[in-house]
Design a protein around this ligand. Structure first.
Ligand code: UDP
Ligand code: MG
Length: 310
């Protein structure tokens, strides 16, 4: 195994309270590896003093990518990817919930096992129950749609081989969930257990709404199931409408006009049919709109104001 350079990519959004501590812990770990490395911090449009603090730490190993506004964690990581050069790229959060001390083990696992992606499972996760339950649901759904059996998708302390990172950057699918996207380009994937800590300071930048939006992104960009669902439902309704109509007609012949409430029921049957047909039409249209959307998505998913380096 050659001594590949290691890039550490860290998205930062209003983390002024944790940054100094992050450098204090991360730098010795990286130095202890005794190999070439770089730390790329991506300022995701912070509105506090994060950028100033980061600029104070700038050095030949530390580079800062300043985004023009807040684009979200995953877009920020992409901006970091694009500006990284290491043969092994590690992502991690700025809040010290992922201990930087785990990085050497991550690198070792990757090199010894010749893996393309090394994920992590958070041992005794230190988050609130309101943060854990949605994660459990996300993990389940992600397992289903990617078909890759990893236990913990949410932990961003992960290592990727250079080529996987390049594929992700090239794929231009910038709005998506990076741990899931990586699995579409890699075969040799594994997971190791890592410690998890309380957030060092500040609070989680993920509200329930942001989590839902992330999940929606995940489902719509990895499968067209929602569109299909609409199509299936439309079809089902239409068939039920027709069936209902037939049943009514037969019953009408047996029980007479009074039973059929002077055609009101029949009206319902007709209505069901048309509602169903409409869903079907919407579904079909959705399918096309979805495809067009895929095509036009080419707008840049983030914009870089400046890259600060020595
Ligand atoms: N983050 C970001 N942009 C955002 C939200 C979060 O760059 O819009 C960063 C944040 O600074 C942190 C990481 O993404 O380094 C994970 O965020 P957080 O700790 O709030 O998420 P949680 O641990 O609750 O999943
Ligand atoms: Mg966190």
């Amino acid at each position: 195994m050659g001594q590949e350079k290691i890039s550490v990519v860290i998205p930062v959004y209003n983390e002024e309270q944790t940054l100094n501590r992050l450098f204090e812990r991360l730098t010795p770990v990286m130095e202890s590896l005794n190999r070439d490395y770089e730390i790329i911090l991506v300022d995701d449009g912070s509105t506090d003093n994060s950028l100033d603090i980061m600029l104070r730490h700038i050095g030949d190993r530390i580079k800062i990518v300043e985004l023009t506004k807040n684009y979200g964690q995953h877009a920020a990581v992409f901006a970091g990817f694009e500006n990284s050069t290491g043969g092994i790229v590690i992502t991690m959060d700025a809040d010290l919930q992922n201990p930087p001390e785990e990085i050497p083990r991550l690198v070792m696992t990757m090199e010894n096992g010749n893996y393309e992606v090394v994920g992590t499972v958070r041992r005794s996760r230190k988050d609130s129950i309101f943060r854990k339950i949605p994660s459990r649901i996300v993990n389940g759904i992600t397992r289903r749609i990617t078909g890759v059996n990893l236990n913990d998708w949410g932990c961003m302390l992960r290592a990727y081989k250079r080529h996987v990172v390049e594929f992700m950057v090239e794929s231009q699918e910038h709005s998506t969930f990076i741990p899931a996207l990586a699995t579409s380009f890699a075969k040799d994937i594994t997971e190791i257990e890592v410690a998890h800590e309380q957030r060092f300071a500040g609070e989680s930048k993920y509200s329930l709404a942001k989590l839902i939006s992330l999940q929606f992104d995940l489902v719509t960009s990895f499968s067209d199931f929602p569109l299909r669902l609409m199509l299936y439902l439309g079809f089902l309704f239409a068939v039920l409408g027709v069936g209902f109509g037939v049943v009514l007609m037969i019953a009408r012949l047996y029980f007479g006009a009074l039973w059929a409430a002077e055609g009101v029921f029949t009206l319902f049957a007709v209505l069901f049919f048309f509602v169903g047909a409409q869903f079907l039409a919407f579904g079909l249209m959705g399918e096309y709109v979805g495809r067009i959307y895929e095509e036009v998505k080419k707008r840049p998913p983030y914009t870089i104001r400046r890259i600060h380096q020595d």
